[in-house]
Design a protein around this ligand. Structure first.
Ligand code: PAF
Length: 278
């Protein structure tokens, strides 16, 4: 991978990287299209990174289909697909991880101890191997994007980080490889994540600016659906991820909910001054 990348850099090509864990869906394809637009050559990495999964999480059952992924990468015009195995990236004796103090202590980081340490470590390794000029990440993983932007600044990576809007199914469910694990009934239930966010935006437009009321309403709405277990529903500052109690500027509303055994996340920027939508 590094040789390929060096050759293209020498030829003056700007490299775009889209890091993924595979089982590609339209959300990934949209990141890849953005990557193609931003760089002269597009690299897609596919690696289910063990260090970002905690004990009891779904590393073993994470969906995989490399043949299909290769086909989709080819059809979308990727110039290289990097598919290392675990021993390539974490050879025996590997013992160095990247740690960040503040942003990982919120949202997903509260229940997924060590998750962002694993994400930052693998992303830094991918950056060092691929040496892209630009890398594209989805805004569905809002906290991941924030943590990576911080890491890139703090560790002086000369890489432009581009966030790409969440791609959704027609009923609003944010696209995710994990959606494939939902039963048909759970798939219907899963709409409630995005609906809860939209309800909160609607309440804000009616001047309900108390974050506690909006999160309680969202929780009640989600809990009225079968097989749901809320991990968190939080309204916070989009830059610091610190909780907000009174909404007087745009805030991030983020949530993580288990539907059956599958943990799903979604988020939305809520705007206090938007005119009500009909
Ligand atoms: O968002 C993902 O798919 C993963 O967290 C990433 C960025 C590829 C790192 O493993």
């Amino acid at each position: 991978m590094t040789q390929w990348s060096t050759q293209h850099r020498k030829a003056g090509h700007a490299l775009a990287l889209v890091p993924t864990m595979g089982f590609l869906h339209d959300g990934h394809l949209s990141l890849m299209k953005e990557g193609k637009h931003l760089g002269d050559r597009l690299v897609v990495s596919i690696f289910v990174n063990p260090t970002q999964f905690g004990p009891g999480e779904d590393l073993a059952t994470y969906p995989r289909n490399l043949e299909r992924d290769f086909r989709l990468c080819r059809e979308t015009g990727a110039d290289a697909v990097f598919t290392p195995n675990t021993a390539d990236l974490y050879p025996p004796g590997s013992d160095t991880f990247i740690f960040q103090q503040k942003l990982p202590n919120h949202l997903c980081g509260l229940s997924r101890t060590g998750h962002f340490q694993g994400v930052m470590t693998i992303v830094a390794k991918l950056f060092n191997i691929v040496r892209p000029d630009v890398a594209v990440f989805g805004e569905k993983d809002f906290q991941q994007l924030a943590v990576i932007r911080r890491m890139v600044k703090d560790l002086n990576f000369n890489i432009r980080i581009v966030g790409h809007p969440t791609v959704r199914e027609s009923d609003g469910l944010a696209m995710s490889s994990r959606n494939s694990k939902l039963s048909p009934d759970q798939r219907v239930t899963a709409q409630c994540l995005n609906m809860a966010l939209k309800i909160a935006q609607g309440s804000l437009e009616k001047n309900i600016t108390d974050a506690a009321i909006l999160t309680k309403n969202a929780a009640d709405f989600i809990q009225s659906h079968p097989e749901t277990a809320i991990d968190f529903i939080t309204i916070c500052d989009p830059d610091t991820l610190e909780n907000v109690s009174k909404i007087d500027k745009p805030v991030l509303m983020a949530l993580a909910v288990k539907v059956g055994a599958t943990r799903l996340i979604d988020n939305m920027i809520l705007h206090p001054n938007r005119t009500p939508q009909k």
